[in-house]
Structure formats: C-alpha cells, structure tokens
Design a protein. Structure first.
Lengths: 355, 309
C-alpha cells in the first residue's frame, strides 16, 4: 500500500522565557492509505505536538518546526505558506479534538460550524451545504439532524458534541483524519460508541487515521499499527500484535505493566518509576534511561538508534544490540500482555454491542 | 421574549417609584430652601411664596401631592427659572447631552475596539504596547485635563476649533474628543484582554483546523465571543456619558443636563434635582434592560428565561 503521509526526522521546539523546549526530537513514521496508526505515550511525550505540526496548527511563535519534512502525497507541508495550508486543512487533513465541551464555538449554530468548511472547500452554496450537513449529522448518528442543525453547542450533551466535532472533521472527506484523544473526555459507554463510529466511518470513507491516545485499551480496539512515544521520540513502532505480544522497549513494557486489567486481581499495578525528563534540557543518551531498571551503561552516553525487529517492527533500545545481554520483559508484564490482549478483545466486542 | 420585556418594564416602574419616594424624602432632609437665596424678600413675602408652592404643608401631604403629579407626568416647576415646568427644562437640555454623549460613545468605542483588536492580534508587538499606553493614559487621566489641554492647544494656540458653546458641528468636536478618551481606553483594554483569551481557546483551533482564513476566524468566531464583557461595561458608561457630564459641560459651556444639574444643586432648586434624578434613574434602568437583551443576542447560552426561539 502506498504511503499517504511520511514524516521524516521532525524536530519541533517551543521558545519560552526559560529557553528552548525541545518537544519533538526527530520523529519519523509513515501512514498508509486506509490504515489507523495509534500514537501512545504519556502526557508531554510530544504526541499531540507531532500531529498538530502535520496540520500546521502549532502557533508560531512560540512553536516552530526546526527541521525535518512532512510529506503529504509527496508535498512537503513544512514548506507551504499559510494560505496554501488553509487549502489543505479541513479538506485533505482534518483534526478531531480532545474536549468536545470546548472545541465548538458556543455562539455559533452547529450547522453553521459544519457548513463553514463545505462552503470554503467544496464551493457549495448555503443550501447545498446545509443538506450535506444534515447528511453528515445522520452519518455520525445524531438523531433529528434537520432540527438540530439550528441549535447551539450548549443544547448538546458531551457525546453528541463529539459527534458534531467528528462531523466537522469529516465534512470534506479528508484523506487523513487526526484524532487527538477523541474519547478521553467522554464517559466509557460513550467512548465505545464513538470508537465504533470512527471505525465505521473509516470503512465507508477509506481515510487514514492517526489516533492519539494514552489508553492502550483503545489502541487494541482501533489501531492497525502503534507508535510509542517518549520524550519527543518514537521509541517503538509496530503492528498492534507486535507491540502487544512482543514489545521490545522497556518503556513499552512499563506502559503495558501499568495498565489495569479486569482478570488480574492479585497483582498490584506496576508504575513506571520517576517522571518524564525536562524537555528544556533533555538528558544525554536515552531519555528513558534514568527510569529504566534495565538501562545499560551505554544508555547514559548514547541515544540508541532504531533497531529493526521485523519488517514492520522497530524499537529504539540498546537491548536489541547484538552485544547486549538478553533481557526478557518482567514476568508480571508478560502475564499482563497475554491477559490484556484477550481482555481487550472481549472489551471491544462489548463496545460494539452497546452502540 | 415579549412577556419577559413586559415583566421587566413592570419592575422598572416599581423601581422608579421607589427612587422617586426615596429621593423626595432625602431632599426634604436637606437644609436650606430654594427661596432663601433671594435675600431681598421679606419674611411676609417668603411666607406667601411658601404657601403658594405648598411648602408649609406637612411632608406626607407634600409627598402625596408630588407622587400624584408625577403619575400625571407633571414634574413640577422650577423655583429659580421663572416657573418654567421641569419637563420643559429637561426636554431642552437632554437632547444636547444625549447628542454629545452618543457621539463620544460611538467614537470612543469604535476606535477603542479597533485598537484592542489590533493589540490582541499583534500581541506583544509595538502596536500592542502603544495601545496599552493609550489605555493607561486614558483611564488614569481625568477628562477635564484633556479638555483643558485641547482648549489651550487646539483652540487657543492653533485656533483650529471653537473653544466653547454649542450649536455648530465644529463646536462639538473638542468636547467629544475629551469625553471619548475614557470609553476608548476602556474598550481597548477589554477588547484586547478578552480577544487574546478567546483567540487562544479550543474552538478557534477547531476553526483553524477547518482551513478558515484568519480574517474569518477573527470576525466570525473571535469577536462575538469577546464582546460580552465589553457590553457589560459599556452600558453604565453609555448612561453616564449620555446623561450629561457635569465637568465637560461646564468647561465647554454646553447647555446640557449636567450643567443644569450642577446649577440646580447649588441653588437648591429641588424640583429640577428630583426631575433630573428620576430621568437618570429611568435611563439607567432602560439601558440595563437593553443590555440584558443584547446579551441574549450575542450569546445564545444566556437567552432570557421564558424566551422561545
């Protein structure tokens, strides 16, 4: 399958009074047509910044793309002018934001908010745009779409608002849909419905999705591939199966180990010790080394390169070097990997029935 | 909506009645009398005048008579200005003050809002800093200083504009500028602060993510959401500007209601004081009602209770 998006060695910094915060430090990945790539990582790992950079939504100043390229259908988005970018945003690349309570304009009818993009990008008349808006609201599963287009955001519940936000993102059939934690602010039953909706829509529209989340359960449910980010870098990337059944990076082990599961009552959760590094002064070597109980001496000296595990699976840890000692993930994490993977599948089935 | 407005008008009448009663008794507590100034009058003559105006009656009787007249729209006559009805005096003075006030308000808020918008979108640039300096100066220096400076430099030194009186358009320019500085400064500040906050909110990012142009984001998404706090301060400011500004009208010798009010207070002409107070109160309540309705138009979340869309 062809790549619709290629990100090469992307560096993004924010200039603050304290100095330069290096939020993203050399991220590379690609996105194939019709696939869903999940980006996981804890807060501050740079996952949102990376995707906002793709839509060029990072306010400058203070943020700037220092180096690297973002190739969308072969075109480097980092080189485009704001005016040219406006032609791509909302039309080719759309974003679904995290908090539906704040991401809609409170003083504008939701119909108008959806129509805006249609009128701009599809050159529709107001009446055409309005009927398309009603279709979109039907598509995202909002009942009484005809009456609801003339209502304001405060007349909708959280889940309904997120459907509206999704309708806005889908309006012009974008080729890439960036979903920035679209279910984090919703309660669990609504989460399941929204995830089902997104999977449904992807089947219908064949768009590619970049799905940001810190919820591994959601990843197992929606993604084809997973990229794990830590301190502004991708530390491991692979298919869902590879990441869940054969994780190589100690940070990924930690993430999996800190996931609660239903069938696992006797073991306490394993938290990753310490806290993420200060991105004003990223540490020398592997940024995760100070929190990593398996860290080797070289981890404190040199950043590990990406080691290839399989055609699709890469991880940046010195443990994969041929001279490194053979270390297996801790037993508790291993058990959890298995338990979680099966539990996850059960979970997603339930989610499907509910919606 | 109609029901709401009618209800509000009812409350308005009650408030006015209370204000009328309250200010009547307060006036009665004041020492002195509007007729005392006429030192040439003998005690006997004074007695006749007191009798004529009913000032010898017990206060409750005077009160009932006053309210009775008020209900018929009669505000009494002036004690000083040869028995002119208060209504006539107010009607001749109010349009002047309203004209000046409205002109200053429009000039001030429009320029102030533009300044605020520029300062917000060019946040932390020299334009922002200049707008900030203008606001600080405008808020902290009283209008009569500007009035005096304008009169001296523009009026006397340069001889560009008439320095006083009212009637022709050039005569309105300097008082308008002097009065407009304050609303200008206030609107610039509120606009800037609020717009910066609004432009940083999530729904603006959503709008950008739709590919909407910068201008459309500012005018369609930003401004309307930034207006509410400004409308809140503009209401009372509109009242104080349009009901005559004592100082500016004095300085420029403008025959407005403010100037009349000051003179009447000096001479204890209480029928005019009462009439003016009631007018101020009426106008204030009316503006508050208008603002409450405006809120609902600007922000659908505060559509008035009982209002059907």
């Amino acid at each position: 399958m062809e790549n619709i998006l290629e990100v090469n060695d992307l560096h993004i910094s924010f200039d603050t009074y304290g100095g330069e915060v290096k939020a993203v430090r050399g991220v590379s990945f690609n996105l194939k047509k019709g696939e869903t790539l999940a980006i996981v990582g804890e807060s501050g790992s740079g996952k949102s910044v990376t995707t906002r950079a793709i839509a060029r939504l990072i306010p400058n100043p203070p943020g700037r793309i220092k180096e690297g390229e973002i190739l969308f259908e072969g075109k480097d988005l980092t080189k485009l002018k704001e005016k040219q970018m406006q032609q791509i945003r909302g039309k080719e690349i759309s974003t679904i934001f995290q908090d539906p309570m704040t991401s809609l304009n409170p003083t504008m009818k939701i119909g108008t908010q959806i129509m805006e993009g249609l009128i701009k990008h599809q050159k529709m008349s107001r009446s055409e745009a309005k009927s398309r808006t009603v279709e979109l609201l039907d598509l995202v599963g909002l009942p009484n779409a005809k009456e609801r287009v003339d209502q304001y955001p405060h007349q909708f519940s959280g889940g309904q608002r997120q459907r509206v936000v999704i309708a806005i993102a889908l309006a012009c059939n974008p080729k890439i849909l960036i979903a920035d934690e679209p279910t984090t602010a919703l309660d669990v039953t609504i989460q399941a419905q929204i995830l089902e909706l997104m999977k449904d829509i992807q089947k219908k529209t064949e768009s590619s999705i970049i799905f940001i989340t810190h919820d591994l359960g959601v990843v197992a449910n929606v993604a084809d591939r997973v990229a794990v980010m830590y301190a502004g870098k991708i530390v491991e990337i692979g298919t869902v199966d590879e990441i869940f059944y054969n994780p190589k990076h100690p940070y990924t082990w930690g993430l999996i180990g800190s996931m609660p599961t239903l069938d696992n009552t006797e073991e306490s959760l394993v938290a990753i010790p310490g806290s993420p590094p200060d991105m004003l002064n990223p540490p020398k070597g592997d940024a995760f080394a100070p929190r990593n109980e398996y860290a080797l001496e070289i981890d404190f000296e040199m950043d590990p390169p990406m080691f290839q595990v399989s055609d699709t699976h890469y991880a940046a840890t010195w443990l994969l070097h041929e001279n490194a000692p053979k270390i297996e993930p801790p037993a508790s994490v291993k058990r959890r990997m298995k338990g979680m993977a099966s539990g996850m599948i059960a979970n997603s089935d339930q989610g499907g029935e509910q919606s | 909506m109609a029901r709401y407005i009618i209800q509000r008008l009812g409350y308005m009448l009650m408030t006015l009645f209370l204000i009328a009663s309250f200010s009547f008794f307060l006036m009665k507590l004041l020492p002195g009398s509007p007729l005392k100034m006429e030192e040439k009058l003998s005690d006997a003559q004074l007695e006749i005048l007191y009798e004529k105006y009913g000032l010898n009656d017990p206060v409750p009787i005077q009160y009932l008579r006053y309210i009775g007249n008020l209900l018929q729209g009669d505000l009494g006559v002036s004690f000083q200005l040869s028995n002119q009805p208060v209504t006539d005096i107010l009607l001749s003075r109010i349009p002047v003050s309203a004209h000046l006030g409205l002109q200053a308000l429009i000039v001030g808020t429009i320029i102030g809002m533009l300044l605020g918008i520029v300062a917000a979108i060019r946040n932390n640039s020299w334009m922002d800093y200049s707008a900030n300096i203008i606001s600080v100066v405008g808020i902290s220096i009283p209008s009569f200083i500007f009035a005096g400076l304008l009169q001296y430099y523009v009026g006397v030194k340069l001889g560009l504009l008439p320095i006083a009186f009212w009637g022709t358009f050039p005569q309105t320019i300097m008082p308008t500028i002097a009065l407009a500085i304050f609303p200008l400064a206030i609107s610039a500040r509120f606009m800037r602060t609020e717009l910066i906050e609004v432009m940083g909110s999530d729904y603006i990012v959503t709008a950008r993510a739709k590919g909407v142009t910068k201008a459309a984001i500012l005018f369609k998404h930003g401004l309307r959401n930034a207006l509410i706090p400004l409308v809140t301060v503009l209401g009372p400011m509109a009242v104080s500007l349009m009901t005559g500004t004592l100082v500016i009208e004095q300085i420029f010798s403008i025959p407005g209601i403010g100037e009349q009010f000051v003179t009447s207070v000096m001479t204890d002409d209480f029928s005019i004081i009462m009439g003016t107070t009631l007018f101020f109160a009426f106008f204030f309540i009316l503006v508050i009602l208008i603002i409450d309705i405006l809120y609902g138009i600007i922000d659908p979340r505060i559509r008035l209770a009982g209002g059907k869309e």
